[in-house]
Design a protein around this ligand. Structure first.
Ligand code: NAG
Length: 306
C-alpha cells in the first residue's frame, strides 16, 4: 500500500514534469560545463571539508591522513567542537590557496534527511548581534542558525587575528552537509563583520537549503564568490522543500559523473535537466549515498577520515 501510494505520487510528478518541461526548451539561460582545471582547483577545498569529519586530536597537529596530507602546507591554528553538542570546526592559513580557511563538520546523512523532511521546520530571523543590519524578513532554518551561533564569535576572533598576522585578505569557508549550511552562514557572517577589503569565498558540498528567498538574495549580493557543489542524485540539496519557503542562493555546481560537472544559473530555479532540482525533482528519486560523494574522486563523511 505504501509502495503503491509512492508510485502514484511519482507517476503524478513525472506527468506534471512532462507537461512543465516542454517550454523550457526555449529558455535562454543555460548551464556551462566546468573546465578540467576549474574542477581540479576545487579538490583542496573538498579535502578541507573532508578533514572536518576527523577527530580533533588529529586535526590539532594536522595528521588526519589523506585529507590533511592533501593540503600538507596548511597551518591549523584553531580546532574546536566535539562532533556532538558542537560540530567540529577548524581555522587556519593555507599558503598555497593564499587564504584563511574556516571548515565545519557535517552530520549523519540519514538522520539529517529525516530532520530536513520534517514538515514542522521552523524559520527564524538572524540574530542582528551577529548579523548586523540584516532585516527580519531574512529567515533561516532555526537549527542551522542556533548551531552557527555556537561557534561564530570564536571563529571571527581567530579569523581577525590571522588577517592581522598573515599576508592575505581572503577567507574561504568550507563544509559538507550540515557543515555546508554552517559555511554558508559563516560566509555571510564574516562578510558583515570584517572590513570590506576582505574577500570572502565559500565552497560547500551537499548543502541543504538554509533559508528563505530573502536570505538567498542576501547571499547573492553579499557573497558573490559562492559555490555549492552537488553530487549526482543527492537528496540533501533539495531539502527542506521549496514548498516550505526555502530557497538556495546562486552558485550551484552539479557533478554529473567523474570529470563532468556543470555550473547552473539562477537561484534554485534552473530549468536545465542537468541541474539538481531537475534531476532530483523529489526525495523519492534521489540517492542519499550520493551525498557522500565521490566529489571528483573524494568521498566525504565520518568513515572517510583515513
Ligand atoms: C598528532 O597527534 C596524535 C594524537 O595526539 C598523535 O597520535 C600523533 O602521533 C601526532 N602526530 C604527529 C606527527 O605529531
Amino acid at each position: 500500500m505504501h509502495f503503491l501510494s509512492r508510485s502514484a505520487v511519482f507517476v503524478g510528478i513525472v506527468l506534471a514534469r512532462t507537461v512543465i518541461a516542454a517550454p523550457t526548451v526555449l529558455e535562454e539561460r543555460s548551464v556551462s560545463p566546468l573546465s578540467a582545471s576549474d574542477l581540479s582547483s576545487l579538490a583542496p577545498f573538498t579535502q578541507f571539508a573532508r578533514a572536518a569529519y576527523c577527530p580533533t586530536s588529529v586535526l590539532k597537529n594536522w595528521s588526519c591522513g589523506q585529507a590533511c596530507s592533501a593540503n600538507s602546507d596548511f597551518q591549523v591554528t584553531l580546532v574546536g567542537g566535539d562532533g556532538n553538542g558542537v560540530q567540529i570546526y577548524f581555522v587556519g592559513y593555507s599558503p598555497s590557496q593564499n587564504s584563511i580557511i574556516v571548515a565545519h563538520e557535517g552530520t549523519d546523512p540519514t538522520q539529517f534527511l529525516s530532520d530536513l523532511t520534517d514538515l514542522n521546520i521552523l524559520m527564524d530571523p538572524l540574530d542582528t548581534a551577529l548579523f548586523p543590519g540584516v532585516s527580519s524578513s531574512v529567515q533561516v532554518h532555526d537549527g542551522f542558525r542556533n548551531e552557527h551561533a555556537l561557534t561564530a564569535k570564536t571563529i571571527l576572533a581567530e579569523v581577525k587575528r590571522l588577517l592581522s598576522v598573515k599576508s592575505t585578505t581572503t577567507v574561504t569557508t568550507v563544509g559538507h552537509s550540515l557543515g555546508g549550511a554552517l559555511a554558508e552562514l559563516d560566509a555571510l557572517f564574516l562578510t558583515l563583520n570584517l572590513p570590506s577589503t576582505t574577500t570572502i569565498k565559500a565552497v560547500t558540498y551537499g548543502t541543504p537549503r538554509v533559508g528563505n528567498p530573502s536570505f538567498a538574495a542576501l547571499i547573492d549580493s553579499k557573497v558573490p564568490n559562492f559555490r555549492r557543489i552537488n553530487n549526482k542524485n543527492d537528496i540533501i540539496p533539495i531539502v527542506p522543500g521549496r514548498f516550505l519557503g526555502f530557497q538556495h542562493p546562486h552558485g550551484e555546481v552539479h557533478i554529473l559523473s567523474k570529470g563532468n560537472a556543470v555550473s547552473c544559473p539562477g537561484d534554485d530555479d534552473a530549468t536545465d535537466a542537468q541541474c539538481q532540482i531537475q534531476s532530483v525533482p523529489n526525495v523519492f528519486v534521489g540517492n542519499i549515498l550520493d551525498h557522500l560523494g565521490p566529489y571528483e574522486g573524494i568521498s566525504i563523511g565520518t568513515i572517510f577520515c583515513t
